[in-house]
Design a binder for this molecule. Structure first.
Ligand SMILES: Nc1ncnc2c1ncn2[C@@H]1O[C@H](COP(=O)(O)OP(=O)(O)OP(=O)(O)O)[C@@H](O)[C@H]1O
Ligand SMILES: [Mg+2]
Length: 311
């Protein structure tokens, strides 16, 4: 399909956003006032471009740098993260949505001390959550003690379903993953277009995965940033590239992470560089507005900060 065709199809399928959903109460009295984690959603539009590998490897590398990391598998109906990590969780977000378990009760330990909120596989209702269920899940997440983590990474599903859009918009930062394939580039563009139109997202970061070399990564960024700048009026920063590397699928087949199994592989070095960049870059200083995970905790923090609403 050509670019116009891809975009037309995506625009036609575009779901309604979560507009007007800003009415959460402020922090409950007596709630711990610890600093909430920085929340980064990893999304792509096109499937199979490497989101889950990026999330898992960067999380592991960040943990090695001393950061406390939580991963949310937001590919709710087709969970992959647990398989990638060789885990077999007994309880998943499906139990949370069904009201049978709390968020804390489904947490599972992963590599290097990373904690994981696993999703279920083959549950169609989860892939197509209704808005009240999505909001209930976000509220459940909000109940987690954010102070336990420095970062929450969200591995979203492919496509531009309401689930994907909600979880992306609920993060403080959105990392868009694209590969150099033209369809991946147009789908990344389409994702940003829908997030800008329906959720008023204005800033994105781009990671080019499976690049042949650094130059190809930069070229994909140049193409996309020209298009989003011109047609969407949003800003796109370059988060860098991960090189195409046969050690990645080799590690996947062993249900291990490439950064663990082959730490000196080309891709592993890129994942480490990306983790360092995330660790070194300051977190956004204020909530961006709209419905966010840890919204109440962020709101409390903003209100208590010098010059915040509470001062
Ligand atoms: N840098 C890389 N070099 C080589 N192969 C890669 C690289 N990154 C990912 N892959 C391969 O691409 C496949 C898809 O990766 P992954 O599952 O992480 O993608 P995804 O975007 O999460 O997919 P989905 O949209 O289905 O959730 C994997 O089998 C993995 O081995
Ligand atoms: Mg995935």
């Amino acid at each position: 399909m050509d670019q116009a065709g891809t975009l037309r199809k995506l625009a036609a399928d575009g779901p309604e956003g979560l507009q007007g959903e800003r009415e959460l109460p402020l922090a409950e009295p007596g709630r711990p006032r610890s600093r909430p984690p920085r929340v980064i959603a990893v999304s792509s539009g096109k499937g199979g471009v490497g989101k889950t590998n990026v999330v898992a490897n960067v999380a592991c590398a960040l943990a090695r740098l001393g950061r406390r990391v939580l991963i949310l598998d937001a590919d709710l109906g087709l969970a992959n993260l647990d398989v990638l990590l060789g885990l077999a969780p007994r309880f998943t977000l499906a139990h949370v949505i069904a009201g049978e378990k709390t968020i804390e009760e489904i947490l599972v330990p992963g590599p290097a001390g990373v904690e994981i909120l696993p999703a279920a596989s083959g549950v169609q209702e989860l892939a197509e959550l209704q808005e009240p269920q999505r909001l209930a899940l976000l509220r459940e997440l909000d109940r987690l003690d954010g102070g336990r983590y420095d970062l929450l990474l969200i591995d979203t599903a492919a496509g531009i379903s309401s689930n994907v859009l909600t979880f992306s918009a609920a993060a403080q930062e959105i990392l868009v993953v694209a590969s150099p394939e033209p369809t991946s580039i147009t789908d990344a563009y389409a994702l940003m277009k829908v997030l800008a139109a329906k959720h008023r997202e204005r800033h994105f970061r781009l990671l080019v995965n499976s690049a042949a070399d650094p130059r190809e990564g930069k070229e994909v960024y140049r193409k996309l940033s020209l298009a989003v700048d011109r047609f969407l009026h949003v800003s796109l920063d370059y988060a860098g590239y991960v090189l195409h590397d046969e050690y990645v699928p080799q590690a996947v087949r062993q249900q291990r992470l490439v950064v663990e199994l082959y730490p000196y592989a080309r891709a592993s070095r890129c994942f480490l560089a990306l983790a360092r960049q995330v660790a070194d870059r300051p977190a956004p200083s204020a909530p961006k507005g709209g419905l966010q995970i840890f919204w109440r905790q962020l709101a409390t923090q903003a209100a208590e900060a010098p010059g915040g609403r509470g001062t």
